[in-house]
Design a protein around this ligand. Structure first.
Ligand SMILES: Nc1ncnc2c1ncn2[C@@H]1O[C@H](COP(=O)(O)OP(=O)(O)OP(=O)(O)O)[C@@H](O)[C@H]1O
Ligand SMILES: Nc1ncnc2c1ncn2[C@@H]1O[C@H](COP(=O)(O)OP(=O)(O)OP(=O)(O)O)[C@@H](O)[C@H]1O
Ligand SMILES: [Mg+2]
Ligand SMILES: [Mg+2]
Lengths: 258, 258
């Protein structure tokens, strides 16, 4: 079975793309077959994996029902890690898809042939910083939400919004099986009280769902995308690479090695 | 005359809210009368100024033409600094406003009575991390765009999108007078090459529009919102407070002291 995970948080700059790219790379390194779907018109995950953005090469026509997602799958420099890229025009899909029937289910329906082939163990979807049509499609298609939370005060403010939304998608029947895969604390700075306070508050709010692995703030992580590489390729032995490998280990352990 | 400035960048977490709150406070400190409009459903600027979010207290009814913006103006703890707050339901305005006539001009038309009174020298609008209806309304109502750019690689990717958008709003007649107020480099870390490389690239792209004042990364800036205070109140003599005071000085100097 292919597991579909949406990486989402409407707060901006919390590490969604960084987590999607690096967790995907670490899962592939551990032998899992991974497809990363870039669902953000900023296309940061696309460039973070060293792939050029090309006009028309995104899920846009797939969401309109005019193309099969398999036509857009690209291989990357990393074994077992494929990508469906994005580009700036994907933003236009929000308005067009909103007018279609079952506009929340466009992605989940489009992915069916790909899921039937079971060519991947995991599909990770990088979402934009909003709760618009693209993120809603990802959450409707997903088995679970992986939510990065930055160790900053403003990042705490939106937590209940995501919880309510997951509940609504379950209760409305849009995605009855949607669960929380886990909460990843990012840009943790052990030198500041703020980081520790935020972690404590998130643990109180989400308890068990919070991964024990904390991703530390580190300049090597933020340098890697400028080389189009995940951290385990750019600087395999830095603290950031170790942390994301550790996250992948914990992610799999929680799924009984899945 | 009241100058309306939209603080926008579709990239998330680049310091839009932090810049709107702190620049507003510094302009008020220098004797200007400032209204901060929180146009983001996350309502970070609202809590950053220590104001409680209340259901129904946002621009939502104003954008639908059902209320006057002056009904939503609150005073803050700071002399000469008022706020129109936001709350989570503001996100729903995107879909409802999209169906209305002149849906891009709802804010610019609604602000007319407030602008006619000229009770403020500046109106600063904090925008969400997207180019949806709320941000488009802010850009259509604004005289100019103030764009914070984080000193990070991913932040470089979206620059041309904003430039094209400004051009489109001018050319289409939606806002012929829209200009670029300035580009603020945020979270600058002088210890890293990455920060310096990003600043160089932005200077090549935007030249003169880039403020000389660089806002350094500092934990005190990110702690201040948890106390509901701008940095000049929370820690008046830290490097972050000095940098935002310097930015306010440069902002006014470029406007010939305006
Ligand atoms: N652990 C880390 N240490 C240092 N920098 C980091 C770390 N994680 C992410 N970053 C940097 O912080 C910035 C924000 O991260 P990223 O772009 O992944 O967030 P996002 O949630 O995807 O943003 P958006 O909301 O715009 O999609 C990026 O420039 C990234 O390189
Ligand atoms: N100069 C700085 N030094 C340290 N931290 C900062 C600085 N500027 C902003 N921050 C912190 O970085 C995070 C992102 O900043 P902020 O929320 O202002 O960005 P934003 O662009 O408004 O985000 P969004 O896209 O979600 O609206 C916040 O937690 C903020 O406290
Ligand atoms: Mg991202
Ligand atoms: Mg903000």
């Amino acid at each position: 079975k292919t597991h579909v995970i949406a990486v989402a948080n409407q707060k901006g700059g919390v590490g969604k793309t960084t987590t999607t790219v690096n967790l995907s790379a670490c899962l592939a390194e551990r032998g899992r077959r991974v497809l990363l779907i870039d669902m953000d018109a900023q296309a940061n995950a696309t460039s973070g994996l060293g792939i050029d953005k090309q006009e028309g090469r995104s899920l846009y026509p797939v969401l309109l029902g005019e193309a099969d997602p398999r036509e857009f799958v690209l291989s990357t420099a990393h074994k077992r890690l494929d990508l469906i890229p994005a580009e700036v025009n994907l933003a236009g899909a929000e308005i067009e898809v909103a007018r279609l029937d079952r506009y929340l289910h466009r992605l989940s329906e489009a992915l069916q042939p790909l899921l039937a082939e079971a060519g991947y163990d995991y599909i990770l979807i990088d979402c934009p910083p909003s709760l618009g049509i693209l993120t809603m499609n990802a959450l409707t298609a997903a088995d679970a939400l992986l939510m990065p939370i930055q160790c900053e005060y403003y990042a705490l403010e939106g937590l209940s919004v995501m919880s309510k939304l997951i509940q609504q998608l379950r209760d409305s029947g849009a995605n009855p099986g949607l669960g929380i895969e886990g909460i990843v604390m990012t840009m943790y700075d052990m030198r500041t009280n703020l980081s520790q306070q935020v972690v404590q508050q998130v643990l109180q709010h989400f308890g068990e769902s919070v991964y024990e692995t904390l991703i530390p703030r580190g300049v090597r992580i933020s340098e890697a995308p400028s080389h189009g590489q995940p951290i385990i390729t750019y600087d395999p032995h830095c603290t950031g690479a170790t942390a994301y490998r550790e996250l992948a280990r914990e992610f799999l352990a929680r799924r009984n090695g899945g």
